[in-house]
Write a protein that binds this ligand. Structure first.
Ligand code: FAD
Ligand code: 2HG
Ligand code: ZN
Length: 506
């Protein structure tokens, strides 16, 4: 929904500023002969090749495949393939593997760590033409579909049948279910429905050598040896190309309530969370927070009205989802009263109808886009124990102040905003730093500091966005040398020539 509009706002400076990996000379440089061979493997309208490799597309047509959503990472692929069947994917990969041609699997290209775009001249393998629902069981709620189905379209499909996708996120209008699975995306329903490691029942994946692993199970229980599909969930296109997904969808809740609260302190955000869990228990379905800087950006860019009468240091969005409206209304109303009376929150607004619910959610979901409209945004997506989760925002702001790069409210400084928001119910902070450009002297202030900070609290340097090319050199802050060594061995098993998504993750 939000994602498509935002892309390429800053493409003019789409960067060469970060330390990208050098091109691996073992990969073949694509020739006209290769393109001819690959062309024969898919329908002509699904191939985009530039003149340099014997095609007729101009670079602008490939731009959307070469540049990421943040306009931070730019590759120079000359060939985009958009196969329509698993068989075509298998044939393409078999050829690329035998010729040592590097390939980047791409979904909706909404990833935030540079994982879905080429680093150099890798072939882009886009799943967008594989977008059919293969089947839906109305009794069990199990959906089987192609990997290129757009998340929001799947949600609409299952909604008509009384179900909901277990995953929801701001990029739902563009991202693919295959991309979600490859990234192991978290999103705003994680608190209620948990990880894709639980909801995905099966996968169909094509390995680098063209082998099709058909593990598209629709079984809830299947203890027959190693659960290989789990390796592909979160593998970021480095182990295989996901072509089909089986996912269990929950019943769509018939009663949904949403409230936005104004909170005087981060301590209050935590206390309100504890009380929300205690009072709403089984119906609490989301608990999101953002700070005043995020609110300023959203109000400035989304044309939304402030939901509360005045400003507050922090905002919280609480959602309940259940099947008994009167029961849920009563629980949420009692919680809000208690929070207000105890002074834990300063103000609150309860959505009165569907459109108010949507507006409150678009306020939260509109934060990444609004910050992007403010300026190029450095993003850190971390898991940290909740009590200290927001401390890192202040520590980074102070470092930038000490370096003379930032002062709150001073638009003349290169850094405009340092802010925090996210899925606090899951211990997941999105630390965003908005500047006037992407440049090394800014990055150096918080890298590797932010990763050291997270590691010192035994957190994770990637809660939900993955490693991609952005954090490849920092994996050691969250994984031991032994674990990284075993990850490499797994990579060697599935993709011995390392043609799949090179320069990423490992
Ligand atoms: P892409 O960006 O195309 O690819 C992501 C990675 O998966 C790449 O490494 C790519 O190579 C690989 N890949 C893609 N498709 C396949 C496939 N079929 N087989 C193998 N590998 C594949 N993430 C969250 O976790 N939670 C959020 O709340 C959230 N909100 C977002 C909000 C916005 C506005 C935006 C722009 C992004 C957000 N994201 C969020 C980040 C992102 O992970 C998700 O948008 C989404 O999961 C990526 O899906 P995609 O289809 O766009 O994948
Ligand atoms: C969200 O929760 C997304 O809105 C994006 O994960 C976070 O852009 C970000 O930093
Ligand atoms: Zn998020």
């Amino acid at each position: 929904m939000l994602a498509t509009a935002r892309r390429r706002l800053f493409s003019a400076q789409a960067a060469r500023w970060y330390g990208r990996a050098a091109r691996d000379g073992r990969f073949k440089t694509l020739g006209r002969g290769d393109v001819e061979r690959l062309r024969a493997m898919a329908a002509p309208e699904t191939v985009l090749a530039t003149e340099a490799v014997g095609g007729s597309a101009d670079a602008a047509e490939l731009e959307g495949f070469n540049v990421d959503w943040l306009s931070k990472y730019r590759g120079s692929s000359q060939l985009v393939l958009r196969p329509k069947t698993t068989g075509e994917v298998a044939e393409i990969l078999r050829y690329c593997n035998s010729e040592r041609i590097a390939v980047v699997p791409q979904g909706g290209n909404t990833g935030l760590v540079g994982g879905g775009v080429p680093v150099h001249d890798e072939v882009v393998l886009s799943l967008r033409n594989m977008n059919k629902v293969r089947g839906f069981d109305e009794v069990s709620g199990i959906l089987v579909c192609d990997a290129g189905c757009v998340l929001e379209e799947l949600d609409n499909y299952v909604a008509e049948r009384g179900y909901t996708m277990p995953l929801d996120l701001g990029a739902k209008g563009s991202c693919h279910i295959g991309g979600n699975v490859a990234a192991n995306a978290g999103g705003i329903r994680f608190l209620r429905y948990g990880s894709l490691h639980g909801s995905v029942l099966g996968l169909e994946a094509v390995l680098a050598d063209g082998t099709v692993l058909d593990n598209i199970s629709t079984l809830r229980k299947d203890n027959t040896g190693y659960d290989l599909k789990q390796l592909f969930i979160g593998s970021e296109g480095t182990l295989g190309v996901i072509t089909g997904v089986s996912v269990v969808t929950p019943r769509r809740p018939s009663a949904v309530n949403v409230a936005v609260l104004g909170v005087p302190s981060y301590e209050g955000v935590q206390r309100a969370f504890r009380l929300a869990r205690a009072r709403c228990g089984e119906v609490l379905s989301a608990y999101e927070f953002w700070d005043a800087s995020c609110m300023g950006a959203v109000l400035g860019h989304q044309g939304l009205k402030h939901p509360l009468a005045g400003e507050h240091p922090f905002y919280v969005l609480i959602e309940t989802s259940g099947s008994n409206k009167a029961h849920d209304d009563e629980k949420l109303a009692a919680l809000l009263e208690e929070l207000l009376e105890s002074g834990v929150v300063e103000d609150g607004a309860l959505a009165q109808d569907e459109s108010q619910i949507r507006r409150m959610w678009s306020m939260r979901e509109g934060i990444p886009e609004s910050l992007g409209r403010t300026g190029p945004t450095y993003k850190y997506d971390v898991s940290i124990p909740i009590p200290v989760l927001y401390d890192v925002v202040g520590d980074i702001a102070r470092r930038l102040e000490d370096a003379g790069l930032y002062r709150a409210g001073d638009a003349a400084r290169p850094v405009r905003l340092v802010c925090g928001y996210g899925h606090i119910g899951d211990g997941n902070l999105h630390l965003n730093i908005v500047a006037d450009r992407f440049e090394d002297r800014i990055t150096r202030v918080f890298e590797p500091f932010v990763y050291e900070w997270v590691a010192s609290h035994r957190g994770s340097i990637s809660a939900e966005h993955g490693i991609g090319q952005m954090k490849r050199d920092y994996l050691r802050y969250s994984k031991s040398p032994e674990m990284i060594a075993y990850m490499r061995r797994i990579k060697d098993v599935f993709d011995p020539n390392h043609i799949l998504n090179p320069y990423k993750v490992l």
